[in-house]
Ligand binder design. Structure first.
Ligand SMILES: CC(C)(COP(=O)(O)OP(=O)(O)OC[C@H]1O[C@@H](n2cnc3c(N)ncnc32)[C@H](O)[C@@H]1OP(=O)(O)O)[C@@H](O)C(=O)NCCC(=O)NCCS
Length: 289
């Protein structure tokens, strides 16, 4: 057992444990401590599709968290790496990340890093491979945007085709996540041409915005069609996390009022990301890819 001391409080047991839904409230409080929003729906989904790890704070609540979401045996995402500000720079973030990497068992692991986390991930061998920009705003769509050839709400019968489309783009089978998305999302749309599903998109409601993700398509035009179909008539500001390599989509989003507010680095550990990544215009959420 190791000790970490910080003023009056000490973490006498810095062992990492698997958290359960009963820890949800403490996860939200930890997020608030770091000026993150208490995103309850998002955490609930992560508890369902991923594994949440944490370090207890002997003073009560949690001192840190990290979430590992596996996509088969070869790919995994890490997210919600949070350490309470009172325990910053004492090695807890590193401890949580080492546990997540250990649990990943040699899979390629990816995450998006804030400027606070980047130094930690680099030390652990992660490499930056891209940038994901967060765009937020009320989309002002034009009549031309609203010509939606072939777009329609997704039906349960589309699930298999959507899972296959997602698997091609992400390079891993994400059956559990995509299946859950069919009830988690507020809206689901597919584009069908010649009897084939060629595009898929979802929009789900977070605390401060409606997140449009994933958007999976072969072309920017198709991605735009999906986004407009998803947000048209929706209440509230929209959030789009756009990989900066999709400059055309980012420019269109900006021109319609979804302004770039900040960006995170896409980082990878243990090999390149698989799949036809350029078909992913926005992720389900940055926590999941
Ligand atoms: C990022 C975060 C999880 C780091 O946790 P932590 O417990 O403070 O990190 P550690 O003490 O394990 O740091 C390990 C190493 O990471 C690097 N590091 C950690 N915080 C850093 C910072 N703010 N700036 C630069 N490097 C940093 C350092 O190299 C550090 O080693 P050192 O202290 O020996 O120099 C924590 O600062 C945090 O919760 N920040 C707010 C939320 C956030 O942005 N999370 C990242 C999401 S991607």
């Amino acid at each position: 057992m190791e000790s970490v001391f910080t003023g009056e409080v000490s973490v006498t047991d810095v062992s990492v444990r698997r958290l359960g839904l009963h820890d949800l409230r403490d996860c939200l409080l930890l997020a608030i401590d770091r000026q993150w929003l208490p995103e309850e729906a998002k955490w609930r989904l992560l508890f369902e599709v991923g594994e949440v790890y944490g370090i207890d704070d002997p003073a009560g609540g949690l001192a840190g968290t990290a979430v590992l979401t596996r996509y088969g045996r070869r790919l995994a995402a890490v997210s919600m790496v949070l350490v309470a500000s009172r325990y910053g720079r004492m090695g807890l973030g590193r401890r949580l990340m080492l546990r997540a990497l250990d649990e990943a068992g040699g899979a390629t692991v990816f995450l998006t890093a804030t400027r606070y986390g980047r130094g930690l991930y680099e030390k652990l061998g992660f490499e930056a491979v891209g940038t994901v920009a967060r765009h937020i705003g009320h989309l002002r769509l034009t009549p031309a945007d609203l010509t939606h050839a072939g777009i329609r709400p997704a039906r349960q019968a589309d699930l298999g085709a959507v899972i296959a489309l997602d698997a091609h783009a992400s390079g891993a089978t994400r059956t559990h996540l995509i299946t859950r998305l069919f009830t988690f999302a507020e809206r689901l749309r597919v584009v069908e041409r010649g009897g084939e599903i060629i595009g898929f998109g979802a929009a789900w409601r977070n605390v401060d915005s409606v997140v449009v993700g994933p958007v999976i398509a072969e072309t920017t035009a198709l991605a735009r069609t999906l986004i407009t179909g998803l947000v048209n008539g929706l209440y509230g500001p929209v959030r789009l996390d756009i990989d900066t390599r999709h400059a055309e989509l980012a420019a269109w989003a900006e021109s319609r009022g979804a302004l770039r507010v900040d960006a995170t680095a896409l980082m990878v550990h243990g090999g390149p990301l698989p799949g036809a990544r350029d078909h992913i215009f926005t992720p389900v959420m940055v926590a999941l890819g």
